[in-house]
Design a protein around this ligand. Structure first.
Ligand code: G6P
Length: 607
């Protein structure tokens, strides 16, 4: 992961570089640094920890210059210390890197054997030395890059500044994303369009293997064979305003509350409310021929995929495999012709998911992606792009992206069912009617925010918390547990309610709150039986259900959280809200850093 930015400009760049880092802190916040070029000097400032520390450092020790690079780090090789912070520099070259140089060990040994001294434990520093070696030998920056890039294995997005060249920056990408931004007499590099949002909307996305020389006049892009190429300049559409916190205390809180609007926005691309039909984008392959679906994703996106598996199988009667992306390729999956491989990702850049996508593509699968960043690598490599319209999600713990993914996946399930002849027009109308109700139901769920805030202190002291759910609410139990661990650091596990008696029940005592997700409906009685098994052993239950469910089973619980009564189809969207809010309020009660929890990053672009 990590976020990188470079500016070659008309005015001073340090503050603008820091502002760009602020927009990319979601990519990592273990340390940060900038390096400018001024008066034939590389002026480098770095600080461990959050960006605020770098801002303080720059306050006392400014970095003048109209050209510079900057980095926010999620540590892979080497502890999050100042000496491991980027930019890494030699006498001639400073650079920032997102990704991992997998062959850094032999490269480092070679460099050390040639007498070069290292000041960090990072993989990145080898690149600075390799480029520097070439420059010191008299090569131009361009020729130095041409000599070094073929030596690097792994994944990288690089931005490189040269002490003696205050008129250019060089960028390169392989595996990790990098964009070029075009301004008025200024040019930029960034990990994503979001980083450059206040500077420019004119963005070109580099392709795999591309490298670029940027100057104040523009950019010259080359492919991996060093041939000059042009990459389309698009308008990013990401405005700086969409990434402000507004009146909310945290981005996560804002994003939870945006859900009714962004789910409605997303649904409007996938259903025709008047006709009450689903409407998917045009595709140039025959969906009715799909006879198996393989879903691959990570984290919260994986749980959205788990919910979708229920829908695809129930509605379309298509068998579904699902894997976490980091495991997928390593089990050597059997992928038969005629299969649809479906990748779900907020960022569209998660390295494991992207690698799985490429694996499936190479095996001849049709590739569909549900992504929130329509310009991301996954979006650009898909046969069928199904964007979510959640808008930029800044809080590291995913919330609105999840419910928007569910909205798209429900529409896709209905569409597949239609294509397969498993759904009548009346059943389609019914599904669409329920989906249309989702935004209002999300609003009704959000109306319980204060109740949830008021009971958060009951969960905050716990060391362990269990979440139970059945059917499509089982992935929600997993998601609830993930949210709680991510931001409150309380150990939490989600289980299929019926599985609890096969082990986790041994954990039950008065100190372990058990959050039970049980909308009234076909699975309610069975989940409640599992809940009684907990209570019979002295367990303390937090029951999340609708009024009917709470009336039937709420008595004697540690706490109850009421949800609107909704159709089982949209229950996973609606029940996402209380598990998000519970995690949020517990984290606030514990005083943790809600938007930037320790050790995590939002976009995981390393395997
Ligand atoms: C990280 C984030 C999670 C996210 C996961 C997958 O772990 O912290 O919130 O669910 O990556 O990310 P993606 O962008 O592929 O959905």
């Amino acid at each position: 992961m990590c976020g990188i930015i470079g500016i070659i400009g008309k005015d001073q760049v340090a503050d603008r570089l820091v502002d760009g880092l602020k927009r990319m802190e979601y990519r990592g916040y273990d340390s940060a640094g900038v390096c400018t070029v001024e008066g034939g000097q590389l002026i480098r400032r770095r600080a461990e920890g959050k960006l605020g520390n770098l801002v303080k450092e720059l306050g006392g020790n400014p970095a003048p210059g109209t050209l510079g690079i900057a980095h926010t780090r999620w540590a892979t090789h080497g502890a999050p210390t100042t000496s491991n912070a980027h930019p890494h520099a030699t006498g001639e070259v400073a650079l920032v890197h997102n990704g991992i140089i997998e062959n850094f060990k032999p490269l480092r040994e070679g460099l050390q054997a040639r007498g070069r001294r290292f000041e960090s434990e990072t993989d990145t520093e080898v690149v600075a030395h390799l480029v520097s070696e070439q420059v010191e030998a008299g090569l131009s920056p361009q020729d130095a890059i041409k000599a070094v890039l073929p030596q690097l294995r792994g994944a990288f997005a690089l931005a490189i500044a040269f002490r003696q060249h205050p008129d250019l920056l060089i960028g390169a990408r392989l595996g990790s994303p990098l964009v070029v931004g075009y301004g008025e007499g200024e040019t930029y590099l960034g990990s994503d369009a979001l980083a450059l949002a206040p500077l420019t909307q004119k963005i070109a996305y580099l392709e795999e293997g591309d490298w670029v020389i940027i100057s104040r006049e523009g950019a010259q892009i080359f492919d991996s064979e060093n041939n000059p190429v042009t990459r389309e300049i698009t308008t990013s559409g990401v405005s700086a305003a969409t990434i402000e916190k507004g009146n909310y205390r945290h981005y996560m809180q804002k994003e939870i509350f945006e859900q009714p609007v962004v789910v409605a926005q997303t649904l409007s691309s996938y259903i025709r409310p008047l006709e009450q039909t689903v409407a998917l984008p045009q595709m140039d392959f025959d969906l009715s021929a799909i006879d198996r679906i393989t879903i691959v994703a990570c984290g919260t996106s994986y749980y959205a995929g788990m919910v979708a598996k229920y829908w695809f199988e129930t509605f379309a009667r298509i068998p579904v495999d699902i894997d976490v992306a980091s495991e997928f390729r390593y089990r050597d999956p059997v992928l038969q012709p005629g299969g649809l491989a479906l990748f779900i990702s907020q960022s569209g850049e998660t390295a494991d998911t992207l690698a799985a996508l490429r694996h499936c593509k190479a095996q001849g699968q049709t590739i569909a992606v549900v992504v929130n960043v329509p310009t991301s690598s996954m979006a650009r490599e898909a046969d069928l792009l199904l964007p979510t319209h959640a808008g930029p999600e800044i809080g590291v713990a995913s919330t609105k992206a999840f419910t928007c993914q569910l909205a798209v996946l429900a529409a896709l399930a209905a569409h597949l069912a239609l294509c397969k002849g498993k759904l009548s027009a009346e059943e389609e109308r019914e599904i669409v009617r329920h989906l249309i109700e989702a935004p209002a139901a999300l609003n009704a769920a959000l109306a319980h925010d204060e109740d949830i805030s008021a009971m958060a202190h009951l969960v905050a002291p716990a060391r362990d918390v269990l979440y139970l759910g059945r059917g499509p609410d089982y992935p929600l139990a997993l998601e609830g547990a993930l949210k709680l661990k991510e931001i409150s650091y309380i150990h939490a596990e989600g289980y299929a309610s019926g599985e609890m008696k096969h082990g986790p029940i041994a954990l039950i005592d008065e100190a372990v709150p058990v959050v039970v997700l049980a909308p009234s409906g076909p699975l309610f009685e069975k989940t409640v039986s599992n809940m009684q098994e907990v209570r019979a052993r002295g367990g303390k239950v937090v029951l999340i259900s609708d009024a009917e469910g709470l009336a039937e089973a709420g008595e004697g619980c540690l706490a109850t959280i009421e949800m609107p009564k909704v159709h089982p189809l949209i229950a996973p969207l609606v029940y996402a809200v209380p598990v998000q809010l519970l995690a949020y309020h517990v984290a606030v009660a514990k005083g943790t850093d809600v938007d930037q929890p320790r050790n995590l990053a939002k976009s995981v672009t390393v395997e």
